[in-house]
Ligand binder design. Structure first.
Ligand code: 13P
Ligand code: SF4
Length: 313
């Protein structure tokens, strides 16, 4: 049997199981291309949360990382939320353990606590408002000027938002292991080689990368920008999985993934890339691994997520 025919058989099996389970497959742009193509809905963190809120499916198979699937569960406590691989975590979420986060919050009384969606359900439950990379500037801007703000866990996104809003914020010391290792030297070299290319960057990058960007935005915003722009060539400073959708939305345009400091031009998120079609089939067959959360955490974490969804309308 050729690889292609076995892949086709796997995709057929996945589709059959999806119907049997009345499941919906949600996937992030950082997933493997085959997973993106198999998904019912593809999006950035905000769009995936919005989609999870709207679904009527009995089962949500979430192809992304753990905190995203937890968000879907918080929004759908009575539905089954599955992940292909329970080990698909996130360095940002891991940088903010709930106990330390609680101490940090308590050491800043009177502050509004805004947390990036890349955090655990426990941290969400301790937060006042959640934000994503696509609405962080708007959400921080919505806080009355006389209120002090704590922002967690991404210090680079936080610094970018401070620059955009002029608001002073206390920042948690967390970062994304993928975005923080993009190389400025490699960026300068790529810009020299492709002088007409626009530089598109995710706000999880360090400031020394963002300084060169023609556009800074969430994964969805970057895709939309590339499609709408008159430029034909781009250097992409985010996880290269995004390029699959960029090629679809902007056919004929050229995308150069920015290498990391070790010169690797395949700076993939090791957590996102744990998911595979085989693991998706297994999840729908066995209805596991399933995301489960204590009711109290779901109740408390729902409030700041709903606030974000309301402010994002
Ligand atoms: P967005 O989906 O908001 O662009 O964020 C990217 C990311 O790192 C998800 O983990
Ligand atoms: Fe987390 Fe970074 Fe991976 Fe996104 S790319 S899931 S922020 S480690």
């Amino acid at each position: 049997m050729t690889d292609n025919s076995s892949n086709t058989e796997k995709l057929e099996k996945l589709s059959r199981l999806k119907k049997e389970r009345n499941a919906v497959i949600l996937a992030h742009y950082y997933q493997d291309e085959t997973i993106q193509d198999a998904a019912d809905f593809l999006g950035d963190s905000l769009a995936l949360a919005q989609q999870a809120k709207q679904t009527a499916a009995d089962v949500i198979l979430f192809c992304g990382v753990h905190f995203m699937a937890e968000t879907a569960k918080i929004l759908n406590p009575n539905r089954i939320v599955l992940v292909p691989d329970l080990n698909a975590g996130c360095s940002l979420a891991d940088s903010a353990p709930a106990g330390k986060f609680r101490e940090w919050k308590e050491s800043h009384p009177g502050h509004i606590v805004i947390s990036y969606i890349n955090c655990s359900a426990e941290v969400k439950a301790l937060s006042d408002i959640i934000c994503t990379s696509s609405n962080a500037v708007k959400i921080v801007g919505s806080v009355p000027k006389d209120k002090k703000i704590c922002f967690a866990p991404d210090k680079y996104l936080g610094a970018h938002v401070i620059k955009k809003t002029g608001r002073d914020m206390v920042l948690w010391d967390g970062s994304c292991q993928v975005h923080e290792i993009f190389s400025e030297q490699e960026l300068i070299a790529l810009m020299g080689k492709h002088p007409d290319a626009g530089v598109l960057a995710h706000p999880e990058c360090r400031q020394n990368i963002l300084d060169y960007a023609d556009f800074i935005g969430s994964t969805k915003a970057i895709i939309d920008y590339a499609a709408a722009s008159r430029s034909k060539e781009f250097i992409i400073a985010t996880e290269p999985g995004i390029i699959h959708e960029m090629k679809k939305k902007a056919p004929g345009k050229v995308f150069h993934p920015l290498p990391s400091a070790d010169g690797c031009s395949c700076n993939m998120c090791p957590h996102m890339r744990l998911n595979t079609i085989d693991k998706m089939i297994n999840a729908l067959e066995t209805l596991s691994p399933e995301i489960t959360l204590p009711g109290e955490i779901i109740q408390k974490a729902l409030l700041p997520i709903e606030k974000m969804l309301e402010l994002s309308k």
